[in-house]
Design a protein around this ligand. Structure first.
Ligand SMILES: [Zn+2]
Length: 135
């Protein structure tokens, strides 16, 4: 039997995806990141005509940062169709900035079924991150 996410989380992902602004790609995406505190922050992708768009992961991370949080422990991604939607390369690096390699990233479908589960280390092995630039 497949793992499913909680109904409230799925409803929030669907709301965020509905609010995505993706007129050029028709690829609306919603992301929720769960901070170390347990608070959750959502984001939607935002496209612009010159194609330097903002991914849903970046939107969710921005909301988390604006709230004063700095550490992610879990991520859920809902894409527009049945194809599992995992973070793009840029977003994998963004996630690395605010989380450990053990961070869990789950792609879910329309019904809340988890279609992919990865750790960040699996998606971005041998990552360059904050540990490489001591401050
Ligand atoms: Zn991305």
């Amino acid at each position: 039997m497949s793992e499913a996410i909680e109904q409230q989380l799925l409803e929030e992902l669907k709301r965020l995806r509905k609010n995505a602004y993706a007129p050029y790609s028709d690829h609306p995406v919603a992301v929720i990141v769960e901070a170390a505190s347990g608070k959750r922050f959502g984001g939607s992708n935002v496209e612009v005509a010159h194609f330097k768009s903002v991914c849903a992961e970046a939107s969710a991370i921005s909301a988390m940062i604006a709230a004063g949080e700095r550490s992610i422990r879990s991520v859920w991604v809902l894409g527009p169709n049945d194809h599992p939607c995992t973070p793009c390369g840029d977003c994998r690096q963004r996630l690395r900035e605010f989380g450990a390699g053990t961070m869990v990233i789950q792609a879910v479908d329309e019904h809340g079924t988890v279609t992919r589960t990865h750790t960040l280390d699996q998606l971005l092995p041998e990552a360059f991150g904050p540990q490489n630039i001591p401050v």
